[in-house]
Each structure stands twice: as structure tokens, then as C-alpha cells.
Design a protein around this ligand. Structure first.
Ligand SMILES: Nc1ncnc2c1ncn2[C@@H]1O[C@H](COP(=O)(O)OP(=O)(O)OP(=O)(O)O)[C@@H](O)[C@H]1O
Ligand SMILES: [Mg+2]
Length: 332
């Protein structure tokens, strides 16, 4: 296994306080390794964005981090807990180490400035001492990296297609040469062909530049194609985590299985799209026991009463898997 770059340990995030609090992220532990693409999937409301905002401490009120650690391992120097940083240290961490492309980010380019101006601003903020000519060369290079011809630099955002605007956002995120890139549904507003083209480029860049990616989407078929490992979230908890091929071939949690049958895969065998019956749980009124049990066709005796914890059962072929389901109790 590669070295960890980010270790999330028992992270809990609420919206609101006291009796009114909604537990949006519950006891999440998840590790991102150096150079890997980790996919995070789950239906709307499962807590994916809350986790991304929480771990970077960008959570807007009424969000509160109730507990947990996020241990960051820089390329050089000792590891530290992002949750324990002062505001000044946090700024440095965000600038130098992580970049986030937020949900709907393609619409966050400023419409009144040219793409070049916005990109140069980011580079200037990151490298204030870089000469203007070098900044311009860097901006051109970044656009080329994300597949945009340099002659589009002087366009205004509205003169670019949605896919191009999204690539500009990715270019801006990479301008900071981050160790970690977090992408929250970066491509959902685009058609499937464009989504895959952008993702393919991102993976190529990852191989060249060596950053790690946390990629968030509700479309599990995209993750199966593009990530190394996949974590599945339901009702604020991680319910399964596995290498992408293992999850696709042989998912253990009935919810993962339901998600795999909810989106058409572009490659591989055809699967019947059966979807998942019912709707995601209401966080204010969570089902008892396993929060998926009311929708689960395989639910049995323990499921309505006892919350399954994320354990590491062994499969018959001797592999260790990671799942929170009473069908697969951990063997110790
Ligand atoms: N500002 C808020 N106040 C109260 N509850 C909130 C707030 N923001 C989010 N939530 C709740 O937290 C839960 C998780 O939301 P979150 O946005 O993290 O889900 P998500 O998995 O990113 O969903 P999507 O796929 O729709 O982006 C949801 O039930 C949501 O209603
Ligand atoms: Mg979201």
C-alpha cells in the first residue's frame, strides 16, 4: 500500500446545535494515499459535500465539526492535524496543499473578467515574486494541460462552453500545484462524453504531476472507470470501501449493489438498471439499526436493531474487505 497523504479519523459533522442538530457526517474514517484517485459516491444528501467542506474546514454555518482528526502528511516534514490548525496555518494549508473544485464551480468564474486575468490572479497569489512573463507562460501551460488552446485565454467565461469553463476551473485548481485535489461533482452539469473526456485528462495529469484526488459524485459508474479506490456513503456513514475493480465485480453492501444498478456503465457487461427502491433517509429521523434496512431486500433479524460498524471481514478467497453490513460480519 502507498503512503497516506490524508487520514480522516472519526470525523463527525453536524448542522445546528443541541436537539435540532442534524448529524450529516458520522464517524467517518477514510484514507487518501499519495498519487491515488479515491472516489466517494452516494445518493443526494448522503453527506459527501459536508465531508469535503468539513475536512478542509470550509464548512459554512450552521455546520459544526463535532469531532475527529484529519491528519495531513506533507511531501516533506512531519504530519499534522488540519482540525488543530490556527486560521493563519489553515490558509497556508489551503493555498499550498489542497485545491477544491466545488459543486457547480463552472459557474463561479467571474463573468466580467477574461479567463486569462482570473488565471493570472491565482498564479500571482500563489507565486507573488514570479515575473509577469513567467506568469503568462505558466497560465498558457496550465490551459494547455487541461486541453484548452492558448488563443482562448482572452475569452470571457460566457464565450466558452460549459466543458471549457469546467476545465479552466480545474486548471486554476492545479495552478497552486496542490498535493491533494478535491473535486465535488465537478462534471455533473456536463454531458457524459464531456464528463469522461475531462476526467481522462485529469487522470493523465495526475500521473504526470503526482497529486492525489478525492473525487465526489453520485454516479458510481464514473468512479468505477476512473478511480483506484471507491468509498460508498449512506446516511452520513461510509458503508463500504474497496478497490474499484473489486467493488464493481463483487460489491458486498446491498446499497453499493443498488448504486451499481442505478447508472449505465459505458464499458463492461450490461447490467439491468433496477435502481434502489424508496428514498434516502431523513437525517432528522433516521431509521434505527442499519439506516439502509428499510430499503434493503436482504435485511434480516439484526438490521433494524443494531448499527453495523465498518469492519474488515475476510472473503472465502482470503481477501480482506471493508464493509458495514450484518450480512458480512467482521471476523476479528
Ligand atoms: N446548511 C444546512 N443546514 C441544515 N442541513 C444541511 C445543510 N446543508 C446540508 N444539510 C443536510 O446535510 C445532509 C448532507 O448534505 P450534503 O450536501 O453533504 O449531501 P451530498 O451527499 O453532497 O448531496 P448531493 O449529492 O445532493 O450534493 C443533507 O441531508 C442536507 O439536507
Ligand atoms: Mg454535494
Amino acid at each position: 500500500m502507498k503512503d497516506p497523504v490524508l487520514e480522516i479519523r472519526d470525523l463527525n459533522v453536524d448542522y445546528g446545535l443541541g436537539d435540532q442538530a442534524v448529524h450529516a457526517v458520522r464517524d467517518v474514517s477514510l484514507t487518501l494515499h499519495r498519487g491515488e484517485v479515491l472516489g466517494l459516491a452516494g445518493e443526494s444528501g448522503s453527506g459527501k459535500s459536508t465531508l469535503a467542506y468539513g475536512l478542509t474546514r470550509l464548512l459554512p454555518p450552521p455546520g459544526v465539526i463535532r469531532g475527529g482528526q484529519v491528519i495531513y502528511h506533507p511531501a516533506a516534514g512531519p504530519a499534522y492535524d488540519v482540525m488543530a490548525l490556527s486560521h493563519a496555518e489553515l490558509r497556508a494549508f489551503r493555498w499550498a496543499e489542497t485545491s477544491i473544485v466545488f459543486q457547480g464551480a463552472m459557474n463561479s468564474l467571474n463573468p466580467v473578467y477574461k479567463v486569462s486575468t482570473q488565471l493570472l490572479d491565482v498564479i500571482r497569489a500563489h507565486e507573488p515574486r514570479m515575473p509577469a512573463s513567467a506568469r503568462l507562460a505558466r497560465a498558457r501551460e496550465l490551459l494547455r494541460l487541461v486541453g484548452i488552446a492558448a488563443d482562448r485565454m482572452d475569452s470571457y467565461p460566457h464565450q466558452l462552453s460549459g466543458g471549457m469553463r469546467q476545465r479552466v476551473m480545474i486548471g486554476m485548481a492545479l495552478a497552486l500545484e496542490p498535493q491533494i485535489v478535491i473535486m465535488d461533482e465537478p462534471t455533473t452539469a456536463l454531458d457524459v462524453v464531456m464528463q469522461r473526456q475531462i476526467l481522462r485528462q485529469l487522470i493523465e495529469l495526475r500521473e504526470r504531476l503526482g497529486f492525489s484526488v478525492l473525487f465526489i459524485t453520485h454516479d458510481l459508474s464514473l468512479l468505477v472507470e476512473f478511480s483506484d479506490r471507491i468509498a460508498i456513503m449512506y446516511g452520513g456513514r461510509i458503508v463500504e470501501e474497496a478497490p474499484a475493480p473489486a467493488l464493481y465485480r463483487d460489491s458486498l453492501h446491498p446499497y453499493s449493489d443498488g448504486l451499481l444498478h442505478s447508472f449505465p456503465a459505458l464499458r463492461g457487461e450490461r447490467r439491468e438498471l433496477t435502481g434502489i427502491p424508496g428514498s434516502p433517509p431523513d437525517l432528522r429521523n433516521m431509521p434505527t439499526g442499519c439506516s439502509f434496512h428499510p430499503r434493503c431486500s436482504k435485511a434480516f433479524e439484526p438490521c433494524p436493531d443494531r448499527v453495523p460498524v465498518l469492519g474488515h471481514p475476510r472473503t472465502p478467497d482470503g481477501r480482506t474487505r471493508t464493509v458495514a453490513c450484518w450480512l458480512h460480519p467482521a471476523t476479528g
